[in-house]
Write a protein that binds this ligand. Structure first.
Ligand code: C2E
Ligand code: SIN
Ligand code: SIN
Ligand code: FE
Length: 338
């Protein structure tokens, strides 16, 4: 591949890459309520079956919108697309606006949290796999606020949280899960709302440096070579740099990215910081990170149960974590039987 991929000709396949199929379930509310949509909707025309074309819906004044909607509802096979240029508007004006609306409509907190979690994954997925621009990550701020309201006001329990998390090995799921665990712990410990927000936002973002690790390294079965480990060892600093360049995140969040692989006994990387030299939120995130790694499948290991993962962290990883925070984490996730 190398330079080759940069000069690739524009094929229909690559044009298709600029369009995203959107989830119509999400569309429902905002479609009917918003005075303007804020972006263009497309449908795919097979055009005789050779080259697909993306055609814009001509017009969607409120009355036309109602007509299009009826059309879409009657033809279950019609798919809707948006262009990449409209992505941020789509997330903010539709997906996030719908979440806010769901809260106002007093839908169950568990359901809203699940939807918000999926929106967080989709935003992260855009960053990791598609456009790669950091601007899309700014929308996570709003999603975090919504998720916290749900956990707090819904008085959600560990089982509610586990039910929501996807256990696949993708980066978006890994980040979204760790963010969710961080927020849950923050709520359980009754932290100040600012702190819960930072823990949540930093939790969604701390591992974005993994984008810099080559796929063949991440997917390798078995032991990594020292050269391959070099890529892994750089991802905390790589993530920290990306966030720092965005110039909108607090030092606490930057440290969560930069220090999440430091270990309490000083044996971690990249700096070998120990104890309270590692920032508090990075110590929390180290726990959410490993916990989530263990309960998910990886190319190099099988998934554990939540309980199995916590026991392994406590018994088999001495020196890895801040013991007080680990204990709080275990108590939050394994509530005492009454
Ligand atoms: P990850 O898979 O998300 O794992 C995050 C952290 O969870 C790891 O950080 C490690 O502290 C812990 N962890 C994950 N799996 C296990 C396990 O089976 N046993 C124990 N005791 N701890 C586990 P670490 O080691 O710094 O690795 C960072 C990232 O590097 C990993 O993220 C993964 O993407 C990659 N990686 C690490 N080891 C391997 C490997 O042997 N093969 C491959 N292909 N990738 C690896
Ligand atoms: C998408 O629908 O665009 C992505 C699906 C997901 O990551 O959940
Ligand atoms: C891994 O398998 O991800 C590494 C294990 C470890 O850090 O102990
Ligand atoms: Fe990491």
């Amino acid at each position: 591949m190398g330079n080759f991929s940069q000069s690739k000709e524009i094929t229909m396949d690559s044009i298709a890459n600029y369009y995203r199929e959107i989830n119509r379930g999400f569309l429902n509310k905002a479609w009917r309520q918003g005075p303007t949509i804020g972006f263009e909707l497309y449908y795919k025309s097979q055009n005789g079956g050779v080259e697909p074309k993306f055609l814009k819906f001509a017009d969607y004044e409120p009355e036309t919108r109602e007509k299009i909607w009826t059309l879409l509802e009657t033809d279950g096979h019609e798919r809707l697309y948006i262009h990449e240029n409209d992505l941020i508007a789509y997330y903010e004006k539709f997906l996030i606006a719908n979440l806010v609306q769901s809260l106002e409509d007093e839908e169950p907190f568990q359901k809203v949290l699940k939807d918000a979690y999926q929106v967080a994954r989709m935003l992260l997925n855009e960053y990791f796999d598609n456009i790669g621009s950091t601007r899309i990550l700014r929308s996570l701020d709003d999603v975090v606020d919504i998720m916290i309201v749900c956990i707090l006001q819904g008085k959600l329990e560990p089982a509610d949280i586990f039910q929501i998390t996807e256990k696949d090995k993708s980066h978006p799921s890994h980040c979204a899960n760790a963010g969710l665990y961080n927020m849950f712990l923050g709520v359980k410990l009754n932290l100040k709302s600012d702190d819960i927000q930072q823990l949540g936002l930093g939790g969604l973002l701390y591992d974005i440096g993994k984008k810099s690790i080559p796929k063949n390294v991440l997917e390798k079965q078995g032991k990594l070579s020292p050269e391959e480990w070099q890529f892994i060892r750089k991802h905390p600093s790589a993530g920290r740099k990306v966030l720092n360049d965005m110039k909108c995140y607090s030092p606490a969040i930057l440290k969560m990215a930069g220090e999440h692989h430091e270990k309490f006994d000083g044996s971690g990387y990249p700096l070998g910081l120990a104890g309270e030299k590692i920032s508090l939120f990075a110590r929390v995130t180290a726990i959410s990170d490993v916990f989530n790694a263990l309960v998910c499948n990886r190319s190099h290991h099988e998934a554990r149960t939540a309980f199995g993962a916590l026991m392994e962290m406590k018994e088999k990883m001495p020196g890895h974590f801040d013991p007080k925070i680990l204990l709080s984490f275990i108590k939050a996730f394994v509530p005492a039987k009454k």
